[in-house]
Design a protein around this ligand. Structure first.
Ligand SMILES: Cc1ncc(COP(=O)(O)O)c(C=O)c1O
Length: 406
């Protein structure tokens, strides 16, 4: 059976998890510490703080950045909903900025424009702010300050970090990298996750490596790391005295079984990434020249790609839903990925976003199609997907003049 994704769990990974299960320490033990230590050694970052999910990591990183009610967090609408939801947990206003249509990552020139305009306030700021803001997202007597920029390394390709960091420096704004999809990629030779004030990785089972549910925040700032450790652990202080809470905290801890699985996966991360790259290359070889689709574009600044998903874009005259239905009938799953955040019902209702607000994001949202992608796909599987996809594309062209469904 061809599946969209599949974790690669080895016998060694299972042995590490079993080791935990045979111990007396299922939470707050040595595996989390080892996972954090080896993460810093392998992937960079002075401090690593393991948490219960990528979403939890984003929430805590925004708290560390000082994001509060009424602040503005600038981010991309072309992402998984969690990267914007993290701002909402703090009652901050997500201000979306459209993407570069080639990389599908946030457009740094537009970010610069947005941050400048919001700093100036007035009519210029209104162009960027949402049409409506619920009352509990407004701080009385205080205009919204941009407190953080959250670039997302979409599908594993790093965002253009240098101009974003310049904008952030100029305006004294924190940069929190959403690196949930980009474990191990490099931008201009530098590891993603080491650019911002903090970066967040995610280990959901469809990711390049998994802990089941889980995530991790990296930062160079020792003060942030201390705060993050307290926040994930119910606001306990450094000494972790069990019933002493010095701030509002959360239970965002990663358990020992998950950390053990993560440790096993991390020790094989180069192999896991190489296996995905092999599958991506095989797709590229097979699909190059197929009419009606655009293949992923890896830009020169991406000195090392980390393949999270394999997403093609269909030409506007091809009916994506019909292509998906044809693939489904042949037993091949596929997903429209991403569905823009600003058009999610909740965002439309709360902030007044509507179609036409972010044209590049919406075009990507209409045309993007994720194909089955994981290291266990065989050449035969890829042949089957390619054959059915090619036929589906050829047979699902809309009649001339028919508009793409919105
Ligand atoms: C870009 C992005 N941000 C955030 C998340 C949230 O991570 P999690 O599912 O671990 O909460 C994900 C993944 O699912 C993601 O792809």
């Amino acid at each position: 059976m061809i599946t969209m994704s599949a974790p690669d769990v080895s016998a060694d990974d299972m042995a590490l998890v079993e080791q935990v299960l045979r111990s007396s320490s299922l939470s707050g033990g040595p595996m989390v510490q080892a996972f954090e230590r080896e993460w810093c050694a392998n992937l960079g970052g002075a401090h690593a703080v393991a948490v219960s999910s990528g979403t939890a990591g984003l929430h805590l990183a925004l708290i560390a950045a000082g994001v509060h009610t009424g602040d503005v967090v600038v981010t991309t609408p072309f992402s998984f909903v969690a990267s914007a939801n993290a701002a909402l947990y703090q009652h901050a206003v997500p201000v979306f900025v459209d993407i570069d249509p080639v990389t599908m990552n946030i457009d740094p020139a537009a970010v610069d424009e947005a941050v400048r305009a919001i700093a100036r306030g007035g009519v210029e700021a209104r162009r960027w702010l949402p049409r409506t803001t619920p009352p509990d997202f407004v701080r009385a007597g205080s205009p919204g300050h941009v407190r953080a920029i959250v670039p997302v390394h979409v599908f594993g390709q790093p965002a253009a970090m240098r101009p974003l960091l310049e904008t952030a420096r100029e305006h004294d704004v924190a940069v929190i990298e959403d690196a949930c999809e980009a474990i191990g990629s490099t931008h201009e030779g530098v590891r993603t996750g080491t650019f911002g004030h903090a970066a967040v990785f995610g280990f959901y089972p469809n990711k390049q490596m998994t802990t089941g549910e889980g995530g991790l925040v990296v930062t160079r700032d020792a003060g942030w790391a201390r705060l993050l450790r307290s926040l994930r652990n119910q606001g306990r202080d450094d000494d972790a005295t069990w019933l002493r809470h010095v701030r509002l905290g959360y239970n965002y801890r990663l358990d020992e079984m998950s950390a053990a699985l993560g440790l096993g996966q991390l020790r094989r991360i180069d192999d896991l990434l190489a296996a995905r790259a092999r599958v991506a290359r095989s797709y590229l070889d097979r699909l190059t020249g197929v009419e009606g689709l655009t293949l992923p574009c890896i830009v020169p600044a991406t000195t090392q790609m980390s393949w999270f998903v394999f997403v093609i874009r269909l030409a506007p005259d091809i009916d994506r839903d019909a292509v998906m239905a044809t693939l489904h009938a042949a037993g091949i799953p596929s997903r429209p990925y991403f569905s823009p955040i600003h058009l999610q019902p909740f965002y439309r209702e709360a902030f007044g976003y509507t179609e036409g607000d972010f044209p590049h994001t919406e075009a990507a949202g209409r045309s993007a199609l994720a194909l089955p992608f994981h290291p266990r796909l065989t050449d035969d599987d890829l042949d089957v997907v390619t054959r059915h996809l090619t036929v589906a594309i050829a047979s699902c062209r809309r009649p001339r003049g028919a508009a793409a469904a919105r």
